[in-house]
Design a protein around this ligand. Sequence first.
Ligand SMILES: Cc1cc2nc3c(=O)[nH]c(=O)nc-3n(C[C@H](O)[C@H](O)[C@H](O)COP(=O)(O)O)c2cc1C
Length: 354
Amino acid sequence: MERQRSTSGRKLDHLRICLERNIERGDPGFSDIRLVHSALPECDLDSLETRIEFLGFTLESPLFIAGMTGGHPGTKEVNRLLARAAAEHGIGMGVGSQRAALENAALEDTFSVVREEAPKAFLVGNIGAVQLRDHGIEWAERAAAMIDADAIAVHLNFLQEAVQPEGDHDARGCLDAITELCAEFRVPVIVKETGSGISAEAARLCWEAGAKAIDVGGWGGTSWAAVEGLRISPDPWSGESVHPPLSTVFEDWGIPTVVSLMEVAGTGGPVIATGGIRNGMDMAKAIALGADLCGVALPLLKPAMQGEAELERTVTAFCNELRVAMFLTGAKNPGALRKRRPYITGRTRQMMKK
Ligand SMILES: Cc1cc2nc3c(=O)[nH]c(=O)nc-3n(C[C@H](O)[C@H](O)[C@H](O)COP(=O)(O)O)c2cc1C
């Protein structure tokens, strides 16, 4: 039996599963990376500079709240708290796919709340490549207008589409749609994977299409194959098994975040490292490997559900850990950290030799 859920219903399923179940799979590769300790850092931990420029915006830290939610009335409060944290820390934030609100305007406030809470923050809208292809630039315009976006992310999620009963299995025409959007759109376009990573070859296609930044969305953190597997099998309504093996087999699919980051950084252009970043030391490693921003999703979702104080504690911990890692490498700012070549070991090293 194939169960069809509305876009909004799926968003709530996803949120609930991400909060209640273990949906992290694989290894993003950060344990293969070792920053070089500086025994004589010659800098002051308390006056390190974490401020960076990204797409013409000045952000107080490379920490970026990766796009997660919105699209169901129950998600508005989470977006409100995440946006408040973004405003307080001067960091950027993305929203989750805006499809549900594009289909049903009554849900727009679950997204627009982020701009109300963070009037000056760098905010990134979110639309699927398939929806962009099917509905054209007008949908991207509406998505951007909904949150007065500073950039729009076009997400690629063909693994999820392939294992989802409601998924769109036709990926043709998405690159043309992205190219058209990049040529005409009034804010920068970021192409974003959602857990399977972007190869150097795919990155080159994105730059040629006119993307202004790439979010690698690599394997090793939140797994959409795992989420979909839990959502559809066994079917929570009928109790029947749908097709457990497909999503389970593909939990192992994707380019680890660190490998994807190095491949994409090697092709030029601003890069967001997302997927399995679990503390500020992972952030420091990602920056040393070429990341401009470090996207974090799941580790911020759980504290956001516990309330403002817990979210504040978590964001502060990420920022402090990054500062300590910078101090111990003798990097006074993210630019200096990017010049610190780390040791690369294990499977990451092997994969980079392919
Ligand atoms: C609950 C949840 C919902 C998400 N929804 C979206 C989405 O709608 N669009 C998108 O581009 N990415 C979405 N993501 C993916 C994240 O932006 C991010 O790429 C991914 O979770 C990997 O980061 P993590 O390992 O830190 O969670 C979602 C992630 C979570 C946890």
